[in-house]
Design a protein around this ligand. Sequence first.
Ligand code: NOJ
Length: 576
Amino acid sequence: MSLKNLLTAFAIAATACCCNQQSTHPPDSEIPGRKWWKEAVVYQIYPRSFQDANGDGIGDLRGIISRLDYIRSLGIDVVWLNPIYSSPNDDNGYDISDYRNIMKDFGTMDDFDNLVSGMHRRGIKLVMDLVVNHSSDEHEWFKQSRSSRNSPYRNYYHWWNAERGKPPYRYSLFDVNHDAWRYDSGSKAYYLHYFSPKQPDLNWENPALRKEVFDIMKFWAEKGIDGFRLDAFQFVAKDTGFPQWPKGYEKNFNDYYSMGPHIHDYLKEMYKEVLSKYNVMSVAEGAGRNFADAHELVDSGRKELNMAYAFDAVDLGKPGGYSLLRFKQVFTRWDSAFAKEGWLSIFLANHDQARLVTRFGNDSPAFREISSKMLTTFILSMRGTPFYYNGDELGMTNPGFTRLEQFRDKATLNEYQHQKAIGTDMVQYLKNIEFSGRDNGRTPFQWDSSTNAGFSSGKSWIELNPDYKQINAAREENDSNSCLNYFRKMVRLRKENPVLVYGIYQLLDPANPDVYAYTRELNGKKWLVVLNFRNRVVTSNTGIDFSKARIMIDNYGHASLDGHLKPYEALLLELP
Ligand code: NOJ
């Protein structure tokens, strides 16, 4: 840590401490409902692209271990690791062939144990991906299941015997034809796959399958992990009568495929069998169809999950931009729906999305750093547990893949075939995926300006972003104004000031199309966040005179507090 950073850290700590002493309000320790997972900042690591230790061009566990001091230096509390289990990699590990083993590309169980102990020694918790809507078709369960209609594993999956005719249509997200039923000639039946044909859906109605899953969770919890991220969990429960969906709704994934019958029974059982027995956090990918669903997943009295993340906000980022008004509405509506009960996660990017700064900020050389810091200020000053994606702390950008050969993601490649088959303008399709394809967030982490950005000594499994000579951790480490050091300061600010975690959120200046402004208020402290989402000077009308406010952080380092905001300016102020 540079001297300047150290001094800033002391200044922030001193501010927090002196304000606590003056307050006539209850101390922060008496905040009701405090939980470690609410106060945590979660940093997501995409293992395939983080650090390669053995030179095969693929990131691995030993690579992550070698970077633990960097991870610790970020100040984050929790790492969420994408799947590292054995997998034929049809969907980069989201197709698991053995839930109790480590993928060969990533290393061994010894490496895993070393990773956990190395994290715990540094005070970092580990959350693992739990992918149990589907397995790989190369999992022993599926091999057995498809071997015969009489197999004891037959009912681990959803089968529809061919003599019943074709099953009612189900949409598949990753299938080339978007048909979720695949015919298996061996046992003359169709099996269900909401994702790719190599990801058959598991049958949660079968208690034997549920027991298998709970045993797997216990296996990892016993190894000392600290939580689970439940992949695609809202889709596990199905109406296994497979009724015909009404005409026009056959592809309505949100309303017709999610939150099926018994989902809450399954979660309560999971809570009773596993989650309640360990000090682990749980977060679901997807928050159901509406606020009521989301509450039913996460409200504490229900004994199901701790939190869920919704897609409404992240889905707004489209080629050509997005409406800030809509963006503000989405976050504000979710916050008010959870103001009294329940807890959410806040995120704008992950391994399924394009890069944060390209999508929601501005990745041109003039504005990349400043807009990236503004977005970091936003994510870390909202109520809800922040999930922050690796590389975004450097302000990494989309790589600008323009040729099909540059893409690796099966979902993207299958969709390409589909679009071609239905006569889409493929030039336009390539433009779309250049902006929003999942591979944008999957290029190797940019450690330094050496060959392959210090990611690997071998040929990387996916091309690097050519901008790594300018944008990399080594360079940012030495610059106290870098995105990286701004991220660290912002994490520290959140950790040291519960107002940023628990404080009541209130939107200000709602009709302002350029500025996102809100307050956070707790125990007599009121903080104001003002964010300019535009590449020009704009004015904010918060109705609050903040000329005498104390600047807790600002992304230019020389804020003027006169109501005018410089391009992508971010101010975080404590009001007198
Ligand atoms: C959501 C994961 O984030 C994504 O990467 C994966 O392809 C699907 N679930 C299927 O597991």
